[in-house]
Design a protein around this ligand. Structure first.
Ligand code: AMP
Ligand code: MG
Length: 499
């Protein structure tokens, strides 16, 4: 076996750009070792994209590196400070209570920062243990990769290591460390932190950091900070439109969980829509449904107003902040949502009545509650014209999702009439629809099944599910069972903030 040093010499050296900010933005500290870590899952495609040598992934040093037990060459680990609004209330200082940012590396045109989540306490832990449990770490590993494969902007997950190390939640669970990667983990709350303290200088330093490192085009605009705020508003609008189109619910859209780069960030009690209900609340701890599916677009705007408030000291006139959000967020959300829904419905060109037809479609889903994912996936296979005699048989895959078949038939008549207005040959349309209507999503029952096996020491289901979710739009006959409706045992599954 090679000596640890020889594995380390092949590793790309990290550079922590965030550490170039003044010390007030973070605390430097090493991750806390996790005894006897073992590798549960690794994302080999991502590792290759990051330029990590493949032999490293199978080496004994890899779990040690990604548990935080062995320092990564060049790393300057730190925990960042941030604040935020949680469930609509100002929560004051939060910060990386269980995340250590090691540093970043450049590969191709990407910059990847590596963060260890669950590697022990930091000055921002606020009395908690700094650890993450296996259950929630598996959920984050699977979902960040599923979202990336769906084409939704997101932080990524490189690896998951676990150990037989007890962590107390409602019951005793075991610890895991997830390595997350993203160009940056800066949050809306990173700005709110300084604005709440009237520290205009730090707000400006942070904005300059984000612009110079990630949004250099804003520097060339007459008002770079206004340009940055507009960029965030646009990307956040498009991000939430994308969530809605794949039926994703974040579950905890607090401002400290909102990425300044418009990425899906901090997977906790998230969910994917199954039987459609716009009022669905995926987070068992969200008693008033603040973060229900239908509220997500509004909450995105609310969060951006918080960010806009934090930007006030940077803008020439106070009304520029709200204007930046109003002029960018709503239009970005609406245009992107309509674009994505047109794709899901297989409409090759826009018509003025499309908004109404999309509304009619959601009305149908709300009233009859078919499985959101299967509805669009099965619709993808239907022909645009149908022989009346054969219709019940041809349309059966979609009709079978409805108790009231006649309601489905009436809607399908409208869909076919709309198809006739902008004709598109079946084969091409069906292929285009299958490319945007996933067959496989991370259903709660699938995650739960993988978690139950993992807790019993068998991680193979995590890997299998990750493999399947890497190609959500492909037909994968070997994984057909993963496209099924939730089984009876899964009816009562609830996911809370506990992680
Ligand atoms: P979240 O709800 O996961 O977005 O976390 C909100 C805040 O609580 C963040 O500052 C986290 O770092 C912190 N936090 C959550 N769980 C823990 C934990 N087990 N130990 C330390 N800090 C935590
Ligand atoms: Mg968080």
């Amino acid at each position: 076996m090679n000596a640890p040093e020889s594995w380390l010499t092949d590793l790309p050296t990290l550079e922590n750009r965030f550490a170039a900010l003044p010390e007030s933005f973070y605390t430097r500290l090493a991750p806390h070792p996790l005894p006897a870590p073992s590798l549960i899952a690794v994302n080999r495609d991502l590792a290759a994209e990051m330029g990590l040598p493949s032999a490293l992934l199978d080496s004994p040093i890899f779990p040690e590196l990604l548990a935080g037990n062995q320092p990564w060459p060049g790393s300057q680990p730190l925990a960042a400070v941030y604040s935020g609004h949680q469930f609509g209330m100002w929560a004051g200082q939060l910060g990386d209570g269980r995340a250590h940012l090691l540093g970043g590396l450049d590969a191709g045109s990407h910059h990847w920062e590596i963060q260890l989540k669950g590697a022990g306490r930091t000055p921002y832990s606020r009395g908690a243990d700094g650890r993450a449990v296996l259950r929630s770490s598996i959920r984050e590993f699977l979902c960040s990769e599923a979202m990336a494969a769906l084409g939704v902007p997101t932080t990524r997950a490189l690896s998951l290591v676990g150990a037989d190390y007890p962590v107390r939640r409602e019951e005793i669970e075991s610890a895991a460390v997830l390595s997350r990667v993203a160009p940056s983990f800066v949050r809306f709350g990173s700005f709110e932190h300084w604005a709440a303290r009237d520290r205009d200088l730090e707000v400006r330093q942070l904005a300059d950091y984000v612009i110079d490192a990630f949004r250099p085009a804003c520097r060339d605009r007459p008002q770079p900070y206004d340009a940055l705020l507009r960029d965030v508003a646009t990307r956040t609008g498009e991000l939430i439109a994308h969530w809605m189109a794949v039926g994703f619910m974040h579950g905890v859209m607090n401002t400290d969980n909102m990425s300044i780069l418009g990425l899906t960030l901090d997977y906790g009690p998230f969910g994917f829509m199954e039987a459609f209900d716009a009022g669905h609340i995926c987070n068992h701890s969200d008693h008033h449904g603040r973060y229900s599916y239908r509220n997500q677009p509004h909450i995105g705007q609310w969060n951006l107003y918080c960010l806009a408030d934090a930007f006030l000291p940077l803008l020439k006139q106070p009304d520029m902040a709200k204007a930046a959000v109003d002029e960018r967020y709503g239009p970005a959300f609406e245009q992107h949502f309509e674009h994505l829904l047109r794709g899901k419905l297989g409409l090759c060109a826009a018509l003025p009545d499309d908004e109404a037809f999309i509304g009619e479609t959601f009305g149908l889903l709300q009233q009859h509650r078919p499985d959101f994912t299967l509805f669009f996936r099965r619709l993808s296979d239907l022909p645009a014209t149908v022989d009346r005699e054969q219709q019940a048989k041809t349309d059966a895959p979609v009709r079978d999702l409805f108790i009231d078949r006649s309601a489905c038939d009436a809607w399908l008549d409208h869909w076919r009439a709309r198809q006739a207005q902008t004709p598109w040959p079946d084969e091409a349309r069906q292929a285009a629809m299958r490319a945007v209507n996933p067959k496989y999503i991370l259903r709660n029952w699938l995650a739960e099944q993988a978690i139950r096996q993992a807790r019993a020491g068998d991680f193979s289901e995590v890997q299998r599910l990750a493999d399947c979710l890497r190609q959500p739009y492909a037909e994968q006959p070997a994984y057909d069972a993963y496209a099924a409706l939730p089984p009876d045992w899964a009816q009562g599954l609830a996911v809370s903030c506990s992680s």
